[in-house]
Design a binder for this molecule. Structure first.
Ligand code: NAD
Length: 500
């Protein structure tokens, strides 16, 4: 039988408790996995075991798909009105709102995020449901089309059916929300796999989904390893679509599995190596603050992190001085302690990966301008790290590090910086700082990126689409665009007899 995990939070920033079920959530119930195996969930702040959760395997995915298909055919899909779906989404948003500190605390425990910041984020997450996708649920419409024949022709945007959703560990709750809200608004049933590193908020959410009153089988949550449960979702013959957020490496595998199974539809939100271009005429206070947010927020474990900062020669020295002071002032530590800016990285393997990149930067001849070190403590802490004197071919300039590590590069020529900025396999996001509107917008239009932030950083909004160019993927999360991931378009043509 599945276990219940109870925990009392006693940190400075939040005291309270949580209770969550550690089973797989299938057909509205928490159950053990078919194989009875479990996954250890570790606390990145201490390296110690938090709890164990049930491990889902291919067999469990299959059981969940059957439950989801049954729900789609009986209680959801075309059987639930848009208004009914909207009401359930609103109810879920209310529950998330009510439990936001608890959800934030679970996420901080599991992922190491800073609790105050994440608590504020919870408001935004609930709004994504409440004000945005619940609003769409009863407004999914097709078109009436003129064909110049005696015919009635129209399109319907129908739910796809059972969809798979696979998410990473860097924003477990936020990305679960981005994925399930548009899929539910459009009437799909879901098999969601959280990352094996951070399954806890998804399991707490599963209980809230049940409490909100979603019919059994509409949302199924299966913690599991990527190569096992994730691969089973990508290859399953009765899953018609898979929406994936994660690395480009795994995105490629998802596409392969999708093409070799049932040619399922795929939406991919993948990695990034976002350029941040700061011109001589930028408001430097604004640019420094945004650059720090752009790379150090969530320890740089952000797909859109501004990890390559290009600074024009006239302000390079001053920028570097102020930006370095900012990095030095950041307080790293227990995410539940007052005054802490950033907690640990998510896991030991990821800590080793980021430290490996720092080593490679040094070996390839870049200068460590600041830090390049881990931070003391039992957990996986790394200090903000700034590299200078890089060359375009270095791994730290080309590859996604996904940590608090940034390269600062001097430039003089506008065309040249755009060429350099576009010179990676990625195209997720970019940042531009200039007080000259023509220059800022011209640059924004020439950058190959799905999002460009001009004189701001990291802004996300429920109705603004987010996704990539090039090997950062395709399809969009958020906004009306995300609804397109989850509907099939059917054209209906009705022959009419003209009455004399
Ligand atoms: P990852 O690709 O290793 O894993 C992501 C998810 O895929 C996890 O749930 C994992 O278990 C699963 N998975 C792994 N192998 C699989 C397989 N063979 N088949 C199916 N599923 C499999 O990524 P990660 O380390 O968890 O997250 C970091 C990556 O996510 C970074 O590259 C980051 O840029 C990206 N990301 C992108 C966005 C975006 O919106 N573009 C947002 C957040 C994170």
């Amino acid at each position: 039988m599945p276990q219940v995990f109870s925990y009392k939070f006693t940190g400075e920033l939040w005291q309270g408790e949580t209770e969550l079920n550690t089973g797989l959530f299938i057909d509205g119930k928490f159950i053990d996995g078919c194989h009875g195996t479990t996954i250890d969930v570790l606390n990145p702040t201490t390296g110690k075991l938090i709890t164990k959760v049930a491990e889902g395997t291919a067999q469990d995915v299959d059981v969940a798909v059957k439950a989801a298909q049954k729900a789609f055919d009986t209680t959801w899909g075309l059987n639930a009105s848009g208004a009914a779906r909207a009401a359930l989404l609103r109810k879920l948003a209310d529950l998330m709102d009510f439990h936001k500190e608890e959800l934030a605390a679970i996420e901080a425990l599991d992922n190491g995020k800073w609790t105050v910041g994440i608590a504020a984020l919870k408001n935004t997450i609930a709004l994504i449901y409440k004000q945005y996708y619940s609003g769409w649920a009863d407004k999914i419409t097709g078109q009436t089309l003129e064909t110049n024949e005696s015919k009635l022709t129209y399109t319907r945007h129908e739910p796809i059916g059972v969809v798979g959703q696979i998410i990473p560990w860097n924003f477990p709750l936020l990305l679960m929300t981005w994925k399930i809200a548009p899929a539910l608004a459009t009437g799909n049933c879901i098999i969601l796999k959280p990352s094996e590193f951070t399954p806890l908020t998804a399991l707490r959410m599963a209980a809230l989904i049940k409490e909100a009153g979603f019919p059994d089988g509409v949302v199924n949550v299966i913690p599991g390893y990527g190569e096992v449960a994730g691969a089973a979702i990508a290859a399953h013959l009765d899953i018609e679509k898979v929406a994936f957020t994660g690395s480009t490496l795994v995105g490629r595998k998802i596409m392969q599995a999708a093409s070799q199974s049932n040619i399922k539809g795929v939406a991919l939100e993948l990695g990034g190596k976002s350029p941040n271009i700061i011109f001589d005429d930028a408001d430097l206070d604004q640019a420094v603050a945004a650059a720090a947010l752009g790379i150090f927020w969530n320890n740089g474990q952000v797909c859109a992190a501004g990890s390559r900062i290009f600074v024009q020669a006239g302000v390079y020295d001053e920028f570097l001085k102020r930006f370095t002071a900012r990095a030095k002032s950041m307080v790293i530590g227990d995410p539940f302690a007052k005054g802490v800016d950033e907690g640990p990285l998510v896991s030991k393997p990821h800590f080793d990966r980021v430290m490996g990149y720092i080593k490679s930067g040094i070996e390839q001849g870049a200068t460590v301008h600041y830090s390049g070190e881990e931070h003391s403590g039992d957990g996986y802490f790394i200090k903000p790290t700034i590299f200078t004197d890089t060359t375009p071919d270095m791994r730290i300039v080309q590859e996604e590090i996904f940590g608090p590590v940034v390269v600062v590069i001097k430039f003089t020529d506008e065309d040249d910086v755009i060429r350099q900025a576009n010179n990676t396999i990625y195209g997720l996001a970019a940042l531009v700082f200039s007080q000259n509107t023509n220059r800022a917008l011209d640059t924004a239009h020439r950058l190959k990126a799905g999002t460009v932030w001009v004189n701001c950083a990291g802004q996300l909004h429920a109705n603004v689409p987010f996704g990539g160019f090039k090997q950062s993927g395709f399809g969009r999360d958020l906004g009306e665009y995300a609804l397109h991931n989850y509907t099939n378009i059917k054209a209906v043509q009705v022959g009419l007899q003209r009455r004399k």
